[in-house]
Ligand binder design. Structure first.
Ligand SMILES: *Cc1c(COP(=O)(O)O)cnc(C)c1O
Length: 420
């Protein structure tokens, strides 16, 4: 049996039709090096989707490998429920100095969706603890916040998740950021919180949001007391050219959600960051009902926190954000010159190293997005589409040569596949 056959026999892949899995020629990774993945046959692929948006500095980064090894010699994991761990404290102190949150307190989890759930429950209980219960939440059109039931409720469906509708709780859907501002200003005393993905809605085929409108939303929240939740699971840790996208919109959220790139793409780690004013509403007598009764078994995993701490230091030591901005300029110029003018290409968007290239497929059943990405994979660049948009999410340490390779390969793949 081949690796693909063995895989398809026992592994169930998320967001993947398993009946078609093998035909779509999946890459079976055995190792990685720098920005490249190496498959079981020894072929190399530039990881231009950062392993679904988590990898930041690359694979097998010696400094990050050492951070995991060093922590292994101390302890791999100990619980955060009622007790602490040295490296979790050190990570929290380091993050506290850089997150755009006033008086931050960190509640750790393992995935973005679980950190969104935490934010949702904290926002709800915040109002209960203040003696003015509120159940209203506002979410944006096109939003994605993860796949658990609460996170799906906050998101705007899509990806075939509409069937779960009967299980979801109602959320006020604002078509635009401007509508969300209105909803907050007119929400009255039923509105608990509004949740947004600052600057880029990655899962919405890299839709870009206007920083000025987002700043207005922050102002509306500050004016009304409605909690602002910023979901930076995708945008956090440098992807948009600043450490956090909230900075570019002048936002200081009451609750900030972090995940994906937090551990450099090494280990599952996420966090819900609460501003001091939110945190304080939960203080009270021991065992009282003001307590947040929520916690995940592996939240604050020591190995994950050790690598996250080293990762945060390296972002600074290597001036990674300068590279993000240089590669952004290079990619933009390359895409404008070689990709945007193609007849099959519509809008091309890029913010930092988060990009989307719309293909103008005459019919969806031509599966241009899927086929262009497959053609890129054959040329050694791993891409994955959302519908007919090719998603670009390169690691933050991308080299100039690699940026050129992405542009050239994408152009060649489009020219091969997209014939009217
Ligand atoms: C990926 C993502 C999530 C969910 O994170 P998981 O780790 O996949 O659960 C939530 N919000 C945004 C903006 C994301 O991109």
């Amino acid at each position: 049996m081949t690796w693909v056959e063995r895989d398809a026999a026992v592994v169930w892949h998320g967001f993947t039709q398993m009946a078609a899995y093998a035909e779509n020629l999946p890459v079976i990774v055995e190792a990685g090096e720098g920005r490249e993945l190496i498959d079981v046959a020894g072929n190399r692929y530039l990881d231009a989707i950062s392993s679904l948006w988590v990898t930041t500095l690359g694979h097998r980064v010696p400094e990050l490998d050492d951070a995991v090894r060093g922590q292994l010699d101390r302890i791999a994991h100990s619980t955060m429920l009622g007790n602490g761990n040295r490296v979790v404290i050190e990570l929290s102190e380091a993050l506290a100095a850089v997150v755009p949150v006033d008086g931050p307190h960190f509640l750790y989890a393992g995935d973005g969706a679980t950190a969104v759930e935490q934010a949702l429950k904290i926002a709800f209980q915040y109002w209960v603890n203040r003696g003015e219960p509120r159940t209203g939440f506002v979410g944006l059109g096109g939003a994605y916040h993860g796949d658990t039931i609460g996170a799906l409720s906050l998101g705007d469906r899509g990806f075939g998740t509409t069937i779960f509708e009967p299980l979801l709780f109602p959320v006020r859907r604002a078509a635009t950021v401007e509508d969300a501002v209105d909803a907050v200003l007119r929400g009255g005393d039923e509105l608990a919180a509004v949740i947004v993905e600052p600057l880029v809605q990655a899962a919405n085929a890299m839709a870009m949001l206007d920083p000025g409108a987002l700043a207005d939303l922050g102002a509306a929240c500050a004016e009304t007391g409605v909690l602002l939740i910023c979901d930076e699971v995708a945008t956090g840790f440098g992807r948009t050219g600043t450490l956090f996208a909230s900075e570019q919109c002048g936002l200081r959220p009451d609750l900030l959600v972090l995940g994906k790139g937090m551990s450099g793409g090494y280990l599952p780690l996420s966090a819900t960051v609460a501003a001091d004013r939110v945190f304080r509403a939960f203080l009270g007598p021991d065992l009282s009902d003001r307590t947040l009764y929520h916690g995940h078994s592996y939240g604050g995993n020591a190995l994950a926190c050790a690598v996250a701490l080293r990762h945060l230091q390296l972002l600074e030591e290597w001036d990674v954000l300068a590279n993000v901005r240089a590669r952004e300029a290079q990619l933009r110029a390359g895409l404008d010159e070689a990709v945007a003018p193609l007849a099959a290409v519509g809008d091309v968007r890029l913010r930092g190293l988060m990009g989307g290239v719309d293909l103008l497929a005459p019919r969806p059943d031509l599966r241009w997005g899927r086929r262009v990405c497959a053609a890129a994979v054959r040329r050694g660049v791993l891409l994955r589409p959302i519908g007919d948009t090719v998603i670009l999410m390169a690691p933050l340490t991308l080299s100039a040569e690699e940026a050129d390779r992405i542009v050239t390969v994408l152009r060649d793949a489009i020219l091969e596949v997209c014939r009217p």
